[in-house]
Design a protein around this ligand. Structure first.
Ligand code: TPP
Ligand code: MG
Length: 324
């Protein structure tokens, strides 16, 4: 076996956490407890978990707007994340960040972001800081196929390349930017070829296979830590739900195709990895059930924590808004 059993079980646990967290966020949103927009990560877990398995705790993350899974996979606290989504005082940003400005200072998560593609510009600054620190830190920037058509993608990658910045660009290609099919929005088959234009290595990776994502991430991280510069990883995947929670396409197939969706659902990374772990003798059914029960209890406890957390006081409305 290529990986030891503990590593494989930890990867499954991480992906399962992301899945249950998002299913719960969906329920909490629909019950009216999350006063915000929610772009769910379900289906894309192998990317967040695979990339983060290759990171150090002090590496810097620039999540996208679809960031819950990315942030959770970095090891952030589920209770404080859920409280933040509820807008409560014990949230990571005292309830003022919500889903799309969820920053976690003590894990170097610079914040999920509502302006699509803007985190690629910020990644250059983060990459410069990592390089200046001289401790081998890297910056990981997550964004989608839609964001890859913004100017910031090109400017960021060019500057990162000439300055040999330690940045991993993780393009989550789920084929859609809201309702726009990326196959109608570009004339290239693979976004990864764009990296060549900047002298950056670019790879297209199976984003539903955590081991493949991890291998490419590990190589990209090693390259970045060695001072050799950025890498672009295009991770091909599929989101299970609509663009945002409430998107009518999730039930009515307005812009996505039901047949294509069903084809992708057979490639769902969670049941497939579960099956693999059972078949290759990594874990028994009982062991996997125990992991799943533990995760489900932790997510339920996070909901409890969020419900019990107080609302922020009105006097705090303008505190923590700007750096001193
Ligand atoms: C600069 C900017 N333009 C448009 C939007 C509206 N918008 C929000 S998400 C989104 C699509 C993003 O698609 P993609 O980058 O593929 O990410 P995905 O949602 O598929 O993860 C758009 C156009 C925005 N938030 N910011
Ligand atoms: Mg997309």
């Amino acid at each position: 076996m290529k990986y030891d059993k503990e590593f494989k079980k930890a990867m499954y646990k991480s992906m399962y956490e992301l899945r249950v967290f998002e299913a719960t966020v969906q329920r909490m949103y629909n019950e009216g407890f999350i006063p915000n927009s929610a772009h769910l990560y379900a289906g894309e877990e192998a990317i967040g978990s695979g990339i983060c398995a290759a990171l150090r705790p002090d590496d810097v993350m620039l999540p996208s707007h679809r960031g819950h899974g990315q942030i959770l996979a970095k090891g952030c606290d589920m209770n404080r994340m859920m409280a933040e989504l509820f807008g409560k005082k014990d949230g990571y940003c005292k309830g003022k960040g919500g889903s799309m400005h969820l920053a976690v200072a003590d894990h170097n998560v610079l914040g999920s972001i509502g302006i699509v593609g803007s985190n690629m510009s910020l990644a250059v600054g983060a990459g410069m800081a990592c390089k200046k620190n001289g401790t081998g830190q890297v910056a990981v920037c997550f964004f989608g196929d839609g964001a890859a058509n913004r100017g910031t993608f090109h400017e960021s990658m060019n500057l990162a390349s000439i300055q040999h910045l330690p940045i991993i660009y993780v393009l989550e290609n789920n084929f859609y930017a809201i309702s726009e099919d990326s196959r109608d929005m570009t004339n290239i088959e693979k976004f990864s070829v764009r990296a060549q234009g900047y002298g950056v290595p670019g790879y297209t990776v199976d984003g539903n296979n955590p081991w493949e994502v991890y291998e490419y991430a590990k190589a990209a991280v090693e390259r970045a830590r060695a001072g050799e510069g950025p890498t672009l990883l295009e991770c091909v995947t599929w989101r299970h739900y609509g663009h945002y929670e409430g998107d009518p396409d999730a039930r009515q197939w307005i812009y996505r195709n039901k047949e294509e969706h069903e084809k992708w659902m057979k490639r769902d990374p969670i049941p497939n990895t579960r099956k693999e772990l059972l078949e290759d003798g990594t874990a028994t059914e009982e062991e996997l059930k125990a992991i799943e029960n533990e995760v489900e209890a932790a997510v339920a406890a996070a909901v409890e924590f969020a419900h019990n957390s107080p609302w922020p006081d009105v006097s705090e409305t303008y505190t923590d808004m700007y750096a001193d």
